[in-house]
Design a protein around this ligand. Sequence first.
Ligand SMILES: *[C@@H]1O[C@H](CO)[C@@H](O)[C@H](O)[C@H]1NC(C)=O
Ligand SMILES: *[C@@H]1O[C@H](CO)[C@@H](O)[C@H](O)[C@H]1NC(C)=O
Ligand SMILES: *[C@@H]1O[C@H](CO)[C@@H](O)[C@H](O)[C@H]1NC(C)=O
Ligand SMILES: *[C@@H]1O[C@H](CO)[C@@H](O)[C@H](O)[C@H]1NC(C)=O
Ligand SMILES: *[C@@H]1O[C@H](CO)[C@@H](O)[C@H](O)[C@H]1NC(C)=O
Ligand SMILES: *[C@@H]1O[C@H](CO)[C@@H](O)[C@H](O)[C@H]1NC(C)=O
Ligand SMILES: *[C@@H]1O[C@H](CO)[C@@H](O)[C@H](O)[C@H]1NC(C)=O
Ligand SMILES: *[C@@H]1O[C@H](CO)[C@@H](O)[C@H](O)[C@H]1NC(C)=O
Ligand SMILES: [Cu+2]
Length: 563
Amino acid sequence: MQWYNCLLLLPATLASLLPCDSTNGGSLLGTLDAKPLTLHRQREPPQTRHFTFELTRKTLNPDGVTREFLVVNGEYPGPTIEANLGDTISVTVINNIDSPKEGTSIHWHGLPQRDTKWADGVPSLTQCPIAAGSNFTYTFKAEVAGTTWWHAHFTAQYTDGLFGGLIIHGSQYAEQYDIDLGPIHLHDTYHIDYVSYLLPVYNIPPVFIPVDTNLINGRGPFNCSLDTHGSNCKPNSTEPAKFRFQPGKKHLLRLINTGGATIQHFSIDDHELTVIANDFTPVQPYKTNVATLGIGQRTDVIVEAKGKEGDAVWMRSEIDQPCVNGTVWQPNATAIVYYTNADETRIPNTKRHDWKTDGCLNDPLDIAQPIKKRSVPTPDLVEQIDIRGGKNASGNLVYFVNGSQFRANFSSTPLLQAASNGITEYPDHPEYNIYNFGDAKNVRIVVYNHFPNPHTMHLHGHEEFWILATGMGEWDGTITQEANPQRRDSAQMRAAWGPDQPSHLVIQFVADNPGVWSLHCHFIIHISAGLYMSFIEQPEQIKEGAYEDVMHQTEVPELDIPR
Ligand SMILES: *[C@@H]1O[C@H](CO)[C@@H](O)[C@H](O)[C@H]1NC(C)=O
Ligand SMILES: *[C@@H]1O[C@H](CO)[C@@H](O)[C@H](O)[C@H]1NC(C)=O
Ligand SMILES: *[C@@H]1O[C@H](CO)[C@@H](O)[C@H](O)[C@H]1NC(C)=O
Ligand SMILES: *[C@@H]1O[C@H](CO)[C@@H](O)[C@H](O)[C@H]1NC(C)=O
Ligand SMILES: *[C@@H]1O[C@H](CO)[C@@H](O)[C@H](O)[C@H]1NC(C)=O
Ligand SMILES: *[C@@H]1O[C@H](CO)[C@@H](O)[C@H](O)[C@H]1NC(C)=O
Ligand SMILES: *[C@@H]1O[C@H](CO)[C@@H](O)[C@H](O)[C@H]1NC(C)=O
Ligand SMILES: *[C@@H]1O[C@H](CO)[C@@H](O)[C@H](O)[C@H]1NC(C)=O
Ligand SMILES: [Cu+2]
């Protein structure tokens, strides 16, 4: 098979290849036309960087299977936001999603939104959904340097394409690499839309629809004989993602798991990865062959190009199948790395690095040292939460956080707006799963998982939390690497081994950011089934603090969709 560049016209002999505009809406990510990121080298003064995101439906075929996606500015994956530390980012989101119309909202994963707590993008908590036909501008500080992503936070919309990279350049590791290859999205994708994917989970008994293809930057040909969506599948019509290496140079790869249901193991044949940050937290560089990322997690790696001119090697991202309850048709994504002067039609012939699944966890907690040492203060609030699965009153299989299945009300006053008016208690709405943490300064949360699924727990409002421990059974109080535990914004926890053998994850954070913040699993089925809680941090300061009344939107169409 031959490959062609995204922007080149299709030669007649390659007519079976779909053009890049059809596969990925013209996104250059993962094509040889993608440009390395250079903003940080330009040393510009702090400024406001404006972006306009137009959200629409669009028919695409990233893996050769044609279906309707939800996209920003037509692109799949969505556009990359790039800024320097200290800049202001302003994004006007225009909701032109039609037939049917849907509300939306965009979350800026990992950014604490200090002083802009209304810009966190969580419908029912920090804003009303942005109604179809209207727009909303998010303005916030590029306040933490590193790699993250933006994604729709309105049910599981992001898995239909509403996601993209968010890169904030700082000085912290700019000197460690020569070339910034930008975001590398590792993501599962589905041949049906997110509503059709989620709703069968609530059948009695539940139906779990297979994950279809694992993609790198939205690319990766699907083998049409694998599933039942054959009629929309055009064999050998798309290309894998492609990247360029320069021999002897150090390349920064910003890995992001932007999927909805799977854990990724990333590697490059014949090359070693040097991990320099997990989520927003820089760590003492350590070497590994394989980087493991749970949903929402990022790992910045430096890859020294030790090959020679003309080489071609596979880049891989493999889904950890035992961590998925169900079928993944095509779990092994491949992309190609071409060295300078390589024949860019060449198919590599290199061998993969092996990895072993270990309870769906990241690298062991004691493998890395955060560069900025921070020991754990004594907590003044310790909360335990218990995650269980089971049937709710109507017999659907759902999750309970401390006995309560989370349900959002997209039509009611956002809870942050209510908190700014002094309302912090919801005795009539246990389904909001909202806790008032008062003026506690150091909050420790001990999470017990009693259900046989692993989870990726993500905390809003804080660029990092400490991970004190993760393991099986009751936590015995031991803190891993006590003088300087791992910190990040999304953490893995194991599946329970049985009713009496829960798994645990213990996190702690400094509660110095007044607002209403969520702690939830990032698996789309789990969030949608209720594995979600929120807490009010420093309610008195919310009342006193600056507050922008930006939440009112016109009516949200009533849709029968999971939330
Ligand atoms: C956003 O909506 C307002 C109010 O309807 C309108 O005046 C404005 O032109 C819209 N802006 C954009 C960029 O669509
Ligand atoms: C595609 O899938 C079919 C069915 O599993 C298999 O027989 C075939 O070898 C696969 N083709 C490729 C190129 O992997
Ligand atoms: C697609 O590619 C595979 C593997 O190269 C090949 O076996 C198959 O015949 C091709 N299918 C079509 C329809 O061209
Ligand atoms: C994915 O890769 C793993 C490791 O090489 C292999 O065991 C597995 O069979 C592959 N799965 C598929 C569906 O190709
Ligand atoms: C959740 O339930 C546990 C066990 O019943 C209880 O100790 C804990 O206080 C509850 N958590 C919260 C945040 O209320
Ligand atoms: C049970 O959960 C399902 C799925 O979220 C929901 O549609 C249904 O309304 C819930 N039933 C009750 C009684 O809350
Ligand atoms: C959601 O909030 C609206 C507005 O307050 C209210 O009319 C409606 O009954 C609420 N729905 C549920 C399920 O509580
Ligand atoms: C896995 O899926 C099966 C149905 O496919 C279901 O019965 C079972 O409860 C699921 N297990 C978990 C842990 O979700
Ligand atoms: Cu989960």
